[in-house]
Ligand binder design. Structure first.
Ligand code: GDP
Length: 333
């Protein structure tokens, strides 16, 4: 397939066929087309999405976050390898808004996951490196669907705790896992409350060797913190467990909890509800993005956008007046 001419690969029917057969070159090309800003590429991607839609939605989608150094890549490498050994096909995607600023991604580097990178039942795709967080997220959602159509039944979406990225990722997955470091009691101060609100489980990592006791202590602190919060679901109380991604300890329990969550939430109807809500919010996200792109594409409105931004910043123009003018420029009255 690698010798297949690019032209043939850009035919939606051929791409769909390749993806259906789990062809990695076809999958990678389709993702590139979906990420592209070129209208002709997007057109192909849209046709492809329409064709493949019935084959999507069947994977377990799991988001994973944690501060740099907590052990995300180590844990994903081990967990993903456990899963492929058990017969799963695992795709690892990353949402890294920092890559849009620095041009380089701190996540998703294949070398961070040495075992999975050479596993024929795993697929690692780094974060798209252009656009806003919303843009990166929208592209990751499409990539997720393409991976599902290619037969991946577990999608792990990794993100760092930058800005709103956790909440954004939590809103595109079925289960959101927060990794924490063991600490001696003061670790609670460093975490953002918003993260606990969207967590479906907390796993304190590095619970090995000297870290084991401290990890258990941290886990009991997080349990207490979660108790104080209003439950996100009537069916599911986020458990707090201890794991070692490095020593492959506790990861079987971790996966059991994810499967238990799946069966309980499916039985209560919340699973389907969550997916439906996510679809709708995706639609609005895309619409917003489309409007912003329309503004930026037309030269007249994009230069006026910058001017009005300055006026608004300095308090010289009311926001409502600026929005009115910009809306008119793209034909919205
Ligand atoms: P990331 O930045 O969150 O992806 O973290 P990494 O997976 O790169 O891990 C950061 C450092 O912590 C590396 O030196 C890992 O070897 C180490 N590490 C990761 N998981 C564990 C673990 O379970 N136990 C111990 N002791 N070290 C770990």
């Amino acid at each position: 397939m690698t010798s297949t001419p690019r032209r043939r690969l850009d035919n939606p029917a051929d791409l769909a066929e390749g993806i259906r057969h789990g062809n990695r070159a076809a999958l990678a090309r389709a993702i590139t087309l979906a990420e592209s800003r070129k209208p002709e590429h997007r057109e192909i991607a849209r046709t492809l999405m329409k064709t493949l839609l019935p084959r999507t939605g069947k994977a377990l989608r799991v988001g994973i976050t944690g501060v740099p150094g907590v052990g995300k890549s180590t844990t994903i490498d081990t967990l993903g390898s456990n899963l492929t050994a058990a017969g799963h096909k695992v795709a690892v995607l990353t949402v890294d808004p920092s890559s849009t600023r620095t041009g380089g991604s701190i996540l998703g580097d294949k070398t961070r996951m040495a075992q999975l990178a050479i596993d024929s039942n795993a697929f690692i795709r780094p974060s798209p490196s252009a656009g806003t967080l919303g843009g990166v997220a929208a592209k990751t959602r499409e990539t997720m669907l393409l991976c599902e159509a290619a037969g991946f039944d577990v999608i792990l979406v990794e993100t760092v705790g930058i800005g709103q990225s956790e909440v954004t990722v939590a809103n595109m997955v079925d289960f959101f896992l927060v990794l924490m470091l063991p600490g001696a009691g003061d670790e609670l101060q460093g975490i953002k409350k918003g993260v606990l609100e969207v967590a479906d489980m907390i796993a304190v990592n590095k619970a090995d060797g000297d870290g084991a006791d401290r990890a258990r202590q941290a886990a009991s602190n997080y349990r207490a913190a979660l108790h104080l919060m209003a439950p996100k679901s009537m069916t599911w109380s986020p458990p707090v467990i201890t794991i070692s991604g490095l020593a492959n300890q506790g990861l079987d329990k971790l996966w059991e909890q994810i499967e238990l969550h799946h069966s309980k939430m499916t039985a209560s109807g919340e699973w389907q509800q969550r997916r439906q809500d996510q679809q709708v919010s995706w639609m609005y996200d895309l619409l917003q993005q489309r409007v912003m792109e329309a503004l930026e594409r037309s030269n007249r409105s994009s230069s006026r956008l910058k001017e009005l931004e300055t006026h608004v910043r300095l308090g010289e123009t009311p926001v409502s007046v600026a929005v009115d003018e910009l809306a008119k420029l793209i034909g919205v009255h």
